[in-house]
Design a protein around this ligand. Structure first.
Ligand SMILES: [Zn+2]
Length: 577
């Protein structure tokens, strides 16, 4: 019956060719290289407070060459492109995200609190996926989230083995710090099932008899399982990352800052450089992981800016290095397994880290450091202070959940920019008092940073949250939780104009690209986000992203353009033959 398979493959290839032709015909049209955008509202975002916008923008060869009233711009002879009453802003910038991990985890079974509200629903999703095809022979699920789903007790080994008796199954938690594996996955990873072995990784959770329970906690143990997982074919990963770029563009972003190319691929930096071309729907600015070398450089479509470090972990795993212990509650003790009186660890010795900072900034690196708790933030500030200001580009502090007013002042004095993971408030706002107690009243102090005059930005840290620029914008303004029940630290709210500034000009400054992008001003690239409605005034429900432009052209998101035949066929071929 071999011929049947051949016929099937032949039909499949023909079908794909036909689909490819349709995609090609559907790809977005290119507009004239010289044109005038007018007929809608234009928000240049070049000033600290709102000023009346210009009537028209002249774009020539991808660059903004004039901004003002329509009549004089028409002397250029450029054709007019009608904005049809929509609102034009500079292209949105996401300064802290992880596209490869987003692409890969977007292609596995979703068990997240974004899509589920109870343990029963989560277990049903897992069971339904048990026989599904996947990127690799393993069944992988991502997003297990006991903070977001109140009754989500850990899965037992028996439950996981019942769902997948033969096939390796791993369930990864939303914050990536814990994994649950079935017996087949533990066997494939070489984990001793019956008793612990000398020298085995820390964090393998065993029962009273020493048997593995299927739970693996913290980096060493998690890596012991995930390290054994087969990697997806690089061609498939490339196609998925290209698709992720389309998701960012559709959300309104025209530039991303990649704070660590995390994700299973033999050469993640090479992949990002390879796809970081002029026809990409996004500009990408990369921070290397410490083991990825020190080579900087690139062009305006893809550039390596520096290095990324993690000084502490996540508040939702016990990893954030707070100044005072985690709140003692049912949530922290029963579901998050955080011991009473726990202070999260800092990851680097102070002396070592100062030396690292001094060496890297001497080589022109900008350094971005993950720091959530006050102790981690102090340590980073000490290191930056000891190294003196970076002559190239001011360093960055990432997330800043509990940064204090004094630390904000120190950051300001050192010229350091502050990026806030404001979506914590949206997804975990209801749970925060059970994790940090009264400190919820000063959690993610975006307003204080903005008022202090520090370069202040907002990010979604995907895949930690779904890509949705408007949610990030809105959350910085209203600070509501997803349920609507909690408003976290309302005095830290910022205005819509400030939030849009954080996602455009401020983010451009954080990336050191303020001469290139971030506002609608003469000399900058013609990167735009076009809104249905006005992001400064329209009801959130009625506001949406209509399109994005990069280098004066609508972004290429169709399969005939950016996704291309080449990568698509390479991916399909790798799966079939
Ligand atoms: Zn991150």
């Amino acid at each position: 019956m071999k011929w049947l398979g051949r016929v099937f493959k032949g039909l499949l290839v023909l079908g794909l060719l036909a689909a490819g032709l349709i995609w090609y015909l559907l790809r977005p049209e290119r507009v004239a290289s010289q044109l005038i955008l007018t007929g809608g509202q234009i928000l240049p975002m070049a000033t600290a407070t709102e000023v009346p916008g210009p009537e028209a923008v002249l774009v020539q060869d991808g660059v903004i060459t004039a901004v003002g009233t329509l009549a004089p711009l028409q002397e250029s002879g450029a054709p007019v492109h009608d904005l049809a009453g929509r609102v034009l802003t500079p292209g949105l910038i996401e300064p802290h995200t992880h596209p490869i991990a987003t692409a890969l985890l977007g292609a596995v079974v979703d068990v997240s609190g974004f899509r589920h509200t109870s343990r029963a629903e989560v277990m049903q999703s897992l069971a339904q996926a048990a026989d599904a095809t996947a990127l690799t022979p393993w069944l992988v699920a991502y997003g297990w989230d006991p903070v977001a789903i109140a009754d989500l007790s850990a899965p037992t080994l028996a439950e996981l083995d019942e769902i997948a008796p033969e096939r390796p199954l791993v369930v990864i938690t939303q914050m990536l710090h814990e994994v649950f594996a079935n017996t087949a996955a533990m066997r494939a990873s070489g984990i001793s099932l019956a008793t612990s072995e000398a020298g085995e990784p820390h964090g393998i959770i065993r029962d009273a008899q020493g048997r593995a329970t299927g739970a693996f906690r913290e980096l060493e143990a998690v890596n012991a399982v995930l390290g054994a997982m087969p990697a997806a074919d690089p061609a498939v990963v490339e196609l998925l990352v290209r698709r992720a770029y389309v998701s960012y563009a559709k959300a309104g972003y025209t530039t991303i800052g990649i704070t660590g190319a995390v994700g299973k691929h033999p050469d993640p930096v090479g992949l990002l450089r390879h796809i970081g071309t002029r026809d990409a729907p996004l500009r990408a600015f990369l921070y290397l992981l410490p083991h990825q070398g020190k080579d900087l450089g690139g062009n305006d479509d893809f550039r390596v800016l520096g290095t990324k470090y993690w000084m502490d972990g996540s508040p939702f795993t016990g990893g954030a290095a707070f100044a005072e212990a985690y709140e003692h509650s049912d949530l922290t003790s029963e579901r998050m397994h955080i011991p009473h009186g726990h202070l999260g660890p800092v990851n680097h010795e102070p002396g070592d880290f100062s030396a690292t900072v001094a060496e890297l900034q001497g080589q022109g690196h900008q350094i971005a450091v993950h720091a959530q708790g006050e102790r981690a933030i102090d340590q980073v500030l000490d290191a930056f202070e000891a190294a003196a200001p970076n002559p190239g580009l001011a360093h960055r502090l990432e997330h800043n959940a509990l940064i204090t007013p004094a630390q904000i002042e120190r950051a300001k004095a050192l010229g350091i920019s502050l990026g806030f993971f404001v979506d914590h408030i949206y997804y975990y706002g209801d749970a925060l008092p059970d994790i940090v107690g009264d400190r919820a009243d000063r959690y993610m102090p975006v307003g204080a940073a903005m008022r202090a005059g520090v370069v202040t930005t907002l990010h979604g840290d995907h895949p930690a949250t779904p890509i949705d620029a408007l949610r990030t914008l809105r959350t910085a303004v209203d600070r509501h939780s997803v349920s609507g029940d909690t408003i976290t630290a309302p005095d830290q709210a910022i205005t819509r104009y400030e939030a849009l500034s954080a996602m455009t000009l401020q983010a451009a400054k954080q990336l050191g690209q303020q001469d290139l992008i971030g506002s609608i001003e003469v000399g900058k690239r013609a990167d735009f986000t076009l809104f249905n409605g006005n992001p400064l005034t329209t009801d959130w429900q009625a506001l949406s992203v209509a399109a994005t432009w990069k280098d004066g052209q609508p972004t290429q998101t169709g399969l005939g353009g950016w996704l291309r035949f080449g990568p698509a066929f390479a991916a399909i071929k790798s799966m079939l033959f």
